[in-house]
Design a protein around this ligand. Sequence first.
Ligand code: GTP
Ligand code: MG
Length: 593
Amino acid sequence: MVPLACRRQSQRMRLSASVLTAMASSFAVCRLHMRGRVVLVRSLQKADTFLQRSIGTDVAAAQAEAPPRDGSDEKDGCKSLHALQVERQEQAERSVLINCQSRTNEKKFLKYLSNHGDIKKYFFYESYGLYAVVEFAKRENVASLLEGAVIPSVSHESTVPFKSRLLSLRNLSLVDLSNQQSGLQCQPQTTIPINEFIQRLSKEESIDQQITSLTEAYQLTEENSRLRFLVCSLLKDIAAAYFPECTIKPFGSSVNGFGKLGCDLDMFLDLDGISGRNVKMPKSGLSLEYQMKRANSERAVTQSILSVIGECVDQFGPGCVGVQKILNARCPLVRFAHQPSGFQCDLTANNRVAMKSTELLYLYGQLDPRVRSLVFTVRCWARAHGVTSSIPGAWISNFSLTVMVLFFLQKRSIPIIPTLDHLRDLAGPADKSVIEGNDCTFVSDFSKIQLKSNTETLEQLLCEFFEFYATFPFSRMSLNIRKGKEQNKPEVAPLHIQNPFETSLNVSKNVNATQLDRFVALCQESSWLLQQRETNTPRGGANMTTAWGLATLLLPSQVAGIKSRKKRRREPASERIKGLLESLKNKNQPKTG
Ligand code: GTP
Ligand code: MG
């Protein structure tokens, strides 16, 4: 058994790029020192493009505060999702989102804003225009800024006089308009297309490096994460008109550690603070209680709350477009696009089990860096082959796919992560959580978790993952991460993955046989490809663009054309191998030159 802290230390040495990222992302800034910042940003950019992605502002001040490499930031690395959310929410409440003109002069802009107080952090990004996220030191600074903002006068239209922290910068000074290009640095909020990235991957020297590079290039950046919390906070301002004590929290891939730039923003309207759920009734004496409207069920309450808030978002929410109220879904939601951030948003209420699943996934991702890298890679691989989709349907969802990776990691001969039952056994009294009769208890103190010393490389794990699911008895067995074991299927469904908390449910109930067959065929192909010398050895280093290793796996597949189960059974194994060989030849000829 290896204590978590030691495991993390040795893995840190291997993942030096991740360390740099973590350092960059924890930079905090107190004052604006513009000249030093620009010079340092430029030199750091040259040194490490990924590091640059995580830097918001004022590196000069931040460098002095960078955490040491000796592990004293360990505690921060093991921060619980709850602690992380509290911190991010608080930051978001001190932040504003400003639509700027493309020629905005950064220095003047910051000088103008700092009239209202110290700026802790800021960054620019582009999405249907140029935007700035600005975090002030205090909430009062935001209040002062809003005090000075005016309602636009529009001659031929009327506006809803709803004031929010989404603002527009107006520049009435003719002198400034004559300025040249502002040279603003924008933080990317989208990723480069996978086919372009494949070329970059091919220059890496090992499959492990390819996996790390993919994860680093596609994961959410510090800035993107801040923007997600800011959008939740802006939404909260709308909901607060009815429920002043509510919070809106992101869940799902925005915060579970497996999110890819561009993933949707799942939000949860949390009314627990006012629901009376945790309130103790006085046993004697006089007391007052609120009179409240009653409804038939909790679902009906959720539907009416979402209906009203959805209406407000639609009618009053600045930047919120295409609002759809999907109230009859199993989990009622309001879906809309938040234009200034470019996020596709799903707002739910009373969805505490999903919040728990998010916490669990986050915890697993924090236990060992290989978990995040492998989940990330499998998610990208699945997306590249259309195994998953952003459109709901009979596909495997990213959530199901993640549970499949976790299950595989529990099934290694030396398990990389513990079972959910084990995490429940380690829980303390404060961790106890029962939601709608479901036991959602698991340990929150990471230091109690002892990991086993599995030393498999990412390359081995990726290869074994494909092998594992290429031969998994899906027709008979169900996957269960609570026990870390497959079990007989309790019901007929092509793919059965037990919901970790609502254990009578199948999280992949939507998946049909065709989609499962495609997944298995792709696993067979990828497993086979990774065993071939042609694909598993680097092709000559930095100047070569011939796809190899992970890059080959992301190229369009030759075998995953949709075939019915019957048809595939009749096809002898040798034929399939022949097909694979052909596909490999084809792949390496025209596309790689
Ligand atoms: P992407 O949005 O595809 O990047 O991944 P995601 O993990 O955010 O998935 P999605 O938006 O579909 O769902 C958001 C969260 O809801 C997931 O992370 C889970 O926590 C939860 N969730 C989604 N589907 C299910 C399900 O079938 N059962 C349960 N219990 N939770 C689910
Ligand atoms: Mg999501």
